[in-house]
Ligand binder design. Structure first.
Ligand code: VOV
Length: 252
């Protein structure tokens, strides 16, 4: 058996995708829509307030394309808190006009591939901080789930540690060349959800997503072993923007 890589886990993550049923939304009276919007904003503010208490982080996004309309990303110390968040949202009147085309449960993960042997990364405050990240405030988000291939000829999980470490080093070097342009939060989902990892990228220029993902496709670890699920991209939503999007759809 190949040596399993040591992983370090932090906050749990819930990527909650929502699609709005515009017919139902439009069938509500203007007063009801206002009331529902008020309650929605209250709940979203409550979600965002965990950050001040150091109890998690939260981001809200408008998703491009048909796959979803909204994405809420929650980081919390426990899975149980993520369930409370889910139920809190599902009990709102706004949830009644949405469906959840997909969701993703995982946990913020760092691995030991690039940790010098014999050192304890948890003694480094910066490393510990990366396990409990604040949602980056970049304008755009890109999320996709991925696996490492397990075919007979190309099986990541049967490679010796040194070979995997070498490939992850090359991966990390490409990633670092995007410093300042894109932030990544890798969340592990083996045993928690249908894929092995969730990749959440944050950037002010959405073209950066295309550039980094393309460059990584040519790097061995992704070229040989990367298997990817659906991609979702979105724009960070301020409260004002969310309110105006909900209104625009009515007058349009
Ligand atoms: C934005 C830049 C960026 C940077 C700097 C970066 C660096 C690093 C380092 C140093 C390490 C290893 C140690 C650790 O921290 O775990 C990783 C780990 C990982 N990565 Fe990464 N990655 C980036 C970005 C980045 C992207 C864009 C992707 C998607 C790949 C693609 O082809 O679409 C990705 C994936 C992953 C995954 C799935 C893992 C875990 C693999 C495992 O087998 O355990 N990642 N990553």
């Amino acid at each position: 058996m190949s040596e399993a890589v040591k992983t370090y886990e932090g906050w749990y993550a819930y990527h909650d995708f929502r699609k709005i049923d515009w017919n139902r939304w439009k069938s509500l009276s203007p007063e009801k829509r206002e009331e529902v919007t008020r309650e929605l904003l209250e709940v979203l503010r409550e979600f965002a307030s965990v950050e001040e208490k150091g109890g998690g982080s939260f981001g809200q996004y408008a998703v491009f394309g048909h796959k979803a309309d909204l994405l809420f990303i929650h980081f919390r110390p426990t899975l149980d808190e993520l369930n409370e968040v889910k139920w809190r949202f599902d009990k709102t009147a706004f949830a009644d006009v949405t469906s959840a085309p997909t969701s993703f449960i995982s946990v913020v993960e760092l691995s030991a591939y690039t940790v010098p042997p014999g050192t304890d990364p948890l003694s480094d405050p910066a490393f510990r901080e990366r396990l409990q990240p604040s949602m980056p405030k970049a304008k755009y988000v890109c999320f996709y789930p991925m696996d490492k291939r397990r075919h007979l000829s190309d099986n990541w999980y049967m490679l010796p540690m040194e070979e995997r470490r070498k490939m992850m080093k090359s991966h990390g070097m490409i990633g670092r060349s995007y410093a300042g342009r894109v932030r990544q939060i890798i969340t592990g989902s083996i045993g928690l959800d249908d894929w092995e990892w969730g990749v959440s990228l944050f950037a002010d220029d959405p073209l950066t997503f295309k550039k980094i993902v393309t460059e990584m496709r040519f790097d061995e670890v992704s070229a040989r072993f990367g298997e990817f699920g659906p991609f979702y991209t979105g724009a960070r939503l301020t409260e004002e923007k969310l309110v105006s999007l909900l209104k625009e759809q009515i007058s349009g």
